[in-house]
Write a protein that binds this ligand. Structure first.
Ligand code: ASP
Length: 342
């Protein structure tokens, strides 16, 4: 079909516009390419991987890191390092929120929660485990020797005994005495405050470039019997993705579970967030939900720590007071977590 003059002109001007746009586009692409190159070069400057490195929550993390570092510094695996590191805190009766010596539930029973995750997405976990000093090692056995990922209560204890763990009384005199005092003062009422808990969460990147994590706790002091927090829940208290990073949490387990916290932080890092900003975004999400549920933020504390595949690390918490320990080639040190409230 013959075209009219108008159509011809119109087509030509369309073509001219097309060519003009093409020019602009290629200019744009060129710039984009430049940006990408700049980014890549920035990246390659930043990609001297900081390994090995281990991070753990709270000031007991300093001692725990020392144990982990012995493994990491000898070319050991992140998995062995995190298990060894947190066992130090589990065994210490003076640490009153983890393992032996941990504060009991409101019935006076010490119940422990723990989980572990390696670089191949193997996972193991125990919850509400009684009378076993090292729940993290039971969790590792669940991971390595069963087709399951989580055992709880009596079943977890039965499994631990089958695996040769010793049954021990975990309630120390001081913990028992304090619990009896607490009973007098509170009349068995559930505690809600930001003081009565703390968990050791540990994440490590080994010399081979692999990530693992462990998390272990006696949970919230004077909790209801049977209450399980975030710490043994893969995705909440701990998550590891060997392509991206590793994250662990401490604080109000209920709030961490509500946002699947550690998994969320890993996914934010996957989207390009730095470890610190990923933690901050997750903390902000908890704050938003607390406010929309009309709960009191002042009673809620949550802290996250994160490392990425490059060995960069970061942390964020709701209120000031949370700290974490970092051990890398520059030494072992305690760092205050940045907080949203000041
Ligand atoms: N996250 C632990 C729990 O809720 C307690 C803590 O870390 O403070 O059981």
């Amino acid at each position: 079909m013959l075209s009219t003059q108008f159509e011809i002109d119109n087509n030509m001007s369309n073509r001219r516009n097309f060519i003009k746009n093409l020019g602009a586009l290629s200019l744009l692409l060129g710039t984009a390419k430049l940006d990408l190159n700049a980014q890549n070069s920035k990246k390659s400057r930043a990609t001297k991987v900081n390994k090995p490195i281990v991070l753990s929550t709270w000031d007991f993390g300093i001692e725990a890191n020392k144990g982990a570092w012995e493994v990491l510094n000898n070319n050991g695996t992140a998995l062995d390092a995190v298990e060894k590191g947190v066992r130090i805190v589990e065994a210490d009766p003076n640490e009153r929120s983890v393992g032996y010596g941990g504060r009991p539930d409101r019935d006076g029973i010490v119940t422990l929660d723990a989980c572990i995750m390696d670089d191949k997405a193997n996972i193991g976990s125990v919850a509400s485990l009684e009378n076993i000093k090292h729940p993290i090692s039971v969790a590792r056995k669940v991971m390595e020797d069963t087709p399951h990922v989580m055992l709880v209560g009596d079943g977890a204890l039965q499994f631990a005994l089958e695996k040769g763990f010793k049954k021990e009384n975990l309630l120390t005199d001081i913990s028992e005495k304090e619990w009896k005092e607490w009973l007098k003062d509170t009349n068995y009422k559930l505690p809600i405050n930001i003081e009565n808990h703390d968990t050791i969460g540990m994440i490590a990147l080994d010399a081979h470039g692999n990530l693992s994590g462990a998390c272990t706790t006696s949970g919230m002091a004077y909790k209801m019997h049977g209450r399980v927090g975030d710490s043994p829940i893969i995705g909440a208290g701990l998550y590891v993705d060997n392509e991206i990073g590793a994250v662990t949490a401490t604080g109000h387990g209920e709030e961490v579970i509500r946002i699947a916290g550690s998994h969320l932080v890993v996914e934010l890092m996957r989207q390009g967030y730095s470890p610190e900003n990923a933690c901050k975004e997750a903390v902000n999400r908890i704050i938003k939900l607390t406010q929309s549920r009309k709960k009191d933020l002042k009673n809620i504390q949550v802290g996250f720590i994160a490392i990425n595949k490059q060995g960069e690390y970061g942390s964020y918490c709701i209120h000031p007071g949370f700290n974490f320990a970092v051990y890398d080639q520059t030494g072992n040190r305690l760092i205050n977590g940045k907080s949203i409230t000041k």
